[in-house]
Design a protein around this ligand. Structure first.
Ligand SMILES: N=c1c2ncn([C@@H]3O[C@H](COP(=O)(O)OP(=O)(O)OP(=O)(O)O)[C@@H](O)[C@H]3O)c2ncn1[C@@H]1O[C@H](COP(=O)(O)O)[C@@H](O)[C@H]1O
Length: 114
């Protein structure tokens, strides 16, 4: 999604060919931050920020997606591994936004390990 302020449809999200691959994570994180600020109706991301379980909602999803990622790897199902890995990264970024961390924190930590 190129416009973080675009109305969520809550169901489908068309792929946006205007976003270069190297900008995908930044674009996704900007969308997550926008959902956190605006809390629009119909947004799955917004629902994680307002969930009655609090942060446990996204923590539970991270647990589920981690398990699904591991099972896909054990099955050598590369399409499923890619799909579940994307779910895992998305929920990790929601957790980062929830904790007021951002992609630069992640990049800095990874770069410090070079
Ligand atoms: N990248 C994602 C993304 N990845 C996963 N999900 C949601 O995370 C949930 C995962 O739950 P489940 O694992 O139960 O669902 P599932 O993957 O269908 O089922 P499984 O086979 O994995 O069990 C689903 O509701 C997915 O829609 C995401 N929801 C949103 N985004 C991004 O966030 C943007 C804003 O979305 P909204 O907040 O909904 O407007 C979207 O345009 C996307 O770019």
């Amino acid at each position: 999604m190129s416009d973080p302020d675009a109305e969520p449809d809550g169901v489908e999200h068309a792929a946006n060919p205007d976003v270069p691959s190297e900008a995908v994570l930044d674009e996704l994180f900007a969308t997550i931050e926008s959902r956190k600020a605006e809390l629009p109706e119909g947004s799955y991301t917004a629902s994680l920020f307002t969930h009655e379980k609090g942060e446990n909602a996204v923590l539970e999803k991270l647990g589920e997606e981690s398990t699904e990622t591991i099972l896909a790897a054990k099955d050598d199902d590369l399409d499923e591994l890619t799909y579940e890995g994307a779910d895992l990264v998305y929920h990790l970024l929601v957790l980062f936004a929830m904790k007021d961390l951002d992609l630069d924190d992640l990049r800095d930590e990874l770069r410090d390990r070079f």
